[in-house]
Design a binder for this molecule. Structure first.
Ligand code: G4P
Length: 529
């Protein structure tokens, strides 16, 4: 492929993650976006929610039962010549570190906010991860067909609570029963709700005569007052600031009514950046570089109960993927032939032959890959920036209920650990200890072991909630210093660490045994030297 063609393919690509607090309308918006792209035929197929509707982005039974999205999935669709990948991230309270990692693989994020509730706890957490990486954040204020907060207040909240300057691209006209439409400030048009009409405005914008016959007196008066205010005191539109995550373009609408979604999508595609350069241990890699490179940010087993397989999710960062190509896994230096690849559309998969920087593909994994692995056709060995790990705060001892099923148990535990779905440790007596960021991870772990590995569990919560790695392998001395409020365990890579009852116990330990060096977190790939 000529370089110009490659550049064009890359320019077409957009990868974004959707973040929100549960119930803000993320699933409904995703569904509508997919619908516009023709990726699904009928709305209502994205998530089963509380009923039996088929789920496209939810794979697992537990998700269907509880109407939540536990694992993050990827959906790709084409729209107006662009190839768009949406990374779904679980929004419920105690999701796992999986969510954070997903956000390392996206180029922008869409933040869905419930127009009545404003910014909620979960959104804040996820927002922090995005802003740390400086990725552009697009805000969609949803549910305007219901009573909502004053839009000026919503905008203020973004600045105050998140510290994110914002600029309104569309503006709501009323809300709830009085909702009459949105004003698109960039296009200078008003889209009328329910009527399905678009009114082109003249030079004077909302202050001209065009809207008078369409809006109620009150709505028109408020709209003019609000627009006057944001034009006078609001932030100016600045594409560069948007693309650097310093200014969030704000849109209003109703995902449920599919209103304001098209405008959002069109502006999003015009403003969001295509794949850019990525940092590696050997400097930055441009997406247009000819040599192929990418990293694995997620591994998922048993996505489809009909095929007992594991899929590694690969974000392509440069070059072209061709099915059957041989790449190097830089962690081991070994060559690997990528013969089985798949495009991901949750539980529907298609084999793909070519993919470009800015695509996410699934590759079949037989236990070769780890989260954070770099794959490349380049001669020189390098790693993409390590993915962050998040220290678990909850721990439990797990044993198989039926010792005859111990083999299934071992296999399940090992595979789920490799997926990064949960942290698995063992202690000196070879007991299995699991660690998680949120309690739901335990529930999912238990459920999956039972359903995918036919192994029932006994799970005994442990009274620890802080973990530190030891910077030594001289363990005899460490063992003498431990008491009932700490436990020595080993991680997946046989690196020793200590679980502490709480921060207080940890402080006491550090104060008392100054010679024992502890570290808060280790990157996925790092080993102790
Ligand atoms: P989530 O993925 O962020 O958790 O939210 P989800 O899309 O599942 O939406 C949560 C609830 O809010 C759903 O209602 C959904 O229909 C509703 N909703 C989403 N967007 C809008 C909107 O723009 N306007 C209004 N009025 N409601 C909206 P539910 O009753 O929990 O589910 P269901 O029974 O409708 O499936």
């Amino acid at each position: 492929m000529a370089n110009q063609q490659l550049i064009e393919e890359i320019q077409k690509r957009r990868i974004f993650g959707i973040i929100s607090h549960p119930d803000a309308g993320k699933t409904t918006l995703t569904e509508k976006l997919l619908l516009h792209g023709g990726a699904i035929r009928e709305a209502g197929t994205v998530k089963g929610r509380h009923n039996s509707k088929a789920a496209t982005s939810d794979w697992m039974e537990i998700e269907k039962q509880r109407g939540i999205s536990v694992t993050s999935s990827v959906m790709q669709f084409e729209y107006k010549g662009k190839v768009i990948s949406i990374m779904d991230t679980p929004g419920h309270n105690d999701f796992g570190e999986d969510t954070y990692r997903i956000l390392t693989s996206v180029d922008s994020a869409v933040m869905v906010i419930d127009g009545a509730k404003g910014i909620e706890a979960q959104t804040k957490k996820l927002f922090k991860v995005c802003s740390m990486r400086g990725i552009p954040i697009f805000t969609f204020i949803n549910k305007m067909d219901r009573e909502a907060m004053d839009p000026l207040e919503s905008m203020e909240e973004l600045e105050e609570v998140l510290g994110l300057p914002s600029v309104a691209v569309t503006w709501p006209i009323g809300c709830g029963l009085n909702f009459q439409g949105i004003y698109d400030r960039l296009e200078n048009v008003v889209h009328l709700y329910k009527v399905g009409k678009t009114i082109e405005l003249g030079k004077e914008g909302v202050f001209g005569p065009e809207l008078e016959e369409h809006l109620t007196g009150n709505n028109l008066k408020n709209l003019r007052a609000e627009i006057e205010l944001i034009e006078g005191a609001g932030n100016e539109f600045n594409l560069e600031a948007i693309q650097h995550g310093k200014l969030s373009p704000v849109f209003f609408g109703s995902a449920l009514a599919d209103f304001g979604v098209t405008q959002f999508l069109n502006h999003f595609l015009a403003m969001s950046p295509p794949p850019g350069p990525r940092k590696t241990t050997e400097g930055e890699i441009e997406p247009t570089e000819e040599e192929f490179s990418g990293f694995i940010f997620k591994i998922q087993a048993n996505m489809n109960p009909a095929h007992r397989d594991r899929i590694a999710f690969l974000r392509i960062c440069s070059g072209i993927f061709q099915r059957g190509m041989t790449v190097t896994l830089t962690r081991t230096g070994k060559p690997i032939k990528l013969s089985q690849s798949t495009q991901l559309m949750a539980n529907e998969r298609e084999t793909i032959d070519n993919a470009f920087a800015g695509d996410v593909i699934g590759i079949y994994d037989t236990g070769t890959y780890q989260i954070g692995d770099t794959l490349t056709t380049k001669k020189e060995s390098f790693f993409f920036e390590p993915l962050p790990t998040f220290p678990p705060e909850l721990f439990a001892r797990v044993t198989p209920k039926n010792t005859l099923k111990a083999k299934n148990f071992q296999k399940g535990v090992q595979q789920l650990a490799q997926e990064g779905a949960i942290q698995v440790y063992h202690n000196e007596y070879n007991e299995v200890i699991i660690g998680a960021v949120g309690a739901l991870q335990f529930e999912v772990f238990e459920y999956r072991l039972k359903n995918e590995y036919n192994s029932d569990l006994l799970m005994e919560p442990l009274d620890f909630n802080v973990v530190r790695w030891l910077k030594t392998t001289e363990l005899n001395h460490v063992k003498k210093c431990l008491d009932s409020r700490c436990m020595l365990v080993f991680d997946h890579f046989e690196r020793p660490l200590v679980l502490f009852a709480n921060q207080f116990t940890l402080n006491y330990f550090m104060e008392r045994y100054k010679d024992i060096e502890l570290v808060e977190a280790l990157n996925v790939n790092s080993t102790l030297t």
